[in-house]
Design a protein around this ligand. Structure first.
Ligand SMILES: [Zn+2]
Length: 377
């Protein structure tokens, strides 16, 4: 265990005024990244092979329609696509696009496949440990896209899409956003079932690479099985695509309204609480140089947690406010290996969701970018 961890200083300064988040910019859902699965040399699944168009085509059509409905009806939302035509985009780049755009939601759209023709219905996934083999197989199949990428072993922390063990480590990512991701996915499934009359296979969890590296609520939709002839006919039809896209659009609209409404309550609660608690401030010592630092985030909260709270389980944390959220991190390691040690220690303390973030000059940067920067030095 790295002893340097203790360098993080905790300075109590109880007279410091608590910064209040204003209701005007709190919990807004302003940017959505729409990710059409596969593309270019990656056709996705081929369905029954009665159509020339494959999963990548269906996913793109539905994705573009979702974006169109959002742009037409929710003018305060910026829509960013990972692809708008038939091209190959690496999975990591899809996450990077979302992270670079500070997206509030990442939505990846796919179609399912099975070796048998009878399975049908739609399901929506959030990151997590799969509860069934079948769910795990869906994620492994989607993750196989990286086999078409150069140097994929380097890019995904050694993830091997053929190895179920790989999946378990992966599934721990994204936990910080689980509540919001679950809300959005359940709204999507409700729309599919109630408004489009599709068979609802439910909200599920599994380790999908494409959502695992995003730093925002993220879901992956499986519109239906292209290996089921009836469902394939529906999903290949423009009618079917419009129905599914408008269902997703309505779910997103509902999600946005709930998040934005809920925030008013949360902001009021936070304001009320701030008068009742000691608003100690955790000092932020400046970075010793302009190099990359890896930290381990242990808690993400909608309300500020007072310094010394039992919630930190004795860890010396640093506090950051990012948008509407309070984030608590441990350690400032110059190497990913060092951060992994801290992460393991945090997990031993019971922070099973602890994950590594990367920083440069006080700004959060992409983890892969940080790894590359450190490697190049
Ligand atoms: Zn897919």
């Amino acid at each position: 265990m790295g002893r340097w961890l203790v360098v993080v200083l905790l300075l109590a300064c109880s007279t410091h005024a608590m910064p209040q988040k204003s209701a005007s910019n709190a919990n807004r859902v302003r940017t959505i990244v729409l990710d059409a699965g596969h593309g270019g040399k990656d056709p996705g699944n081929l369905g029954t092979k009665r159509y020339k168009t494959t999963e990548k085509h269906v996913a793109l059509e539905v994705t573009l329609l979702v974006g169109k409905y959002i742009q037409e009806n929710l003018p305060d939302v910026k829509v960013v696509y990972t692809r708008e035509d038939d091209r190959f985009i690496e999975l990591m780049e899809r996450s990077n696009i979302a992270n670079r755009n500070n997206a509030d939601v990442f939505l990846s759209i796919h179609c399912n496949a099975n070796t048998r023709s009878d399975p049908h219905g739609c399901e929506t996934y959030v990151m997590g440990l799969h509860k069934t083999e079948a769910n795990m197989r869906v994620a492994m199949k989607e993750n196989e896209s990286i086999l078409l990428e150069d140097d994929h072993e380097l890019k995904y922390d050694g993830y091997d899409p053929k190895d179920p063990e790989s999946m378990i480590a992966l599934s721990l990512r994204q936990n910080a956003y689980l509540d919001h991701s679950l809300l959005l996915s359940s709204l999507i499934q409700a729309q599919f079932k109630d408004r489009v009359g599709r068979v609802d296979r439910g909200v599920k969890q599994a380790g999908f690479l494409v959502i695992s590296y995003t730093t925002m609520p993220a879901v992956l939709v499986e519109l239906g099985f292209l290996t089921n002839p009836k469902e394939e006919d529906f999903l290949q039809s423009s009618n079917g695509q419009e129905y599914m896209a408008s269902a997703i659009y309505r779910a997103f609209k509902e999600y946005k309204s709930r998040i934005e409404h809920k925030d008013v309550d949360m902001a009021q609660e936070a304001a009320a609480e701030s008068t009742a608690v000691d608003t100690s401030k955790l000092a932020k010592d400046p970075l010793p140089d302009s190099g990359v630092r890896f930290r381990v985030q242990v808690i993400t909260a909608a309300k500020r947690i007072p310094a010394g709270s039992a919630k930190f389980r004795g860890l010396e944390v640093e506090e950051d406010q990012e948008g509407d959220l309070w984030k608590y991190s441990v350690g400032r390691s110059p190497s990913l290996a060092g951060a992994r040690e801290v992460q393991a220690m945090c997990k031993e303390k019971g922070f099973s969701d602890a994950f590594i973030t990367a920083w440069r000059n006080g700004e959060r940067i992409d983890l892969q970018q940080a790894v590359n920067l450190v490697r190049d030095h």
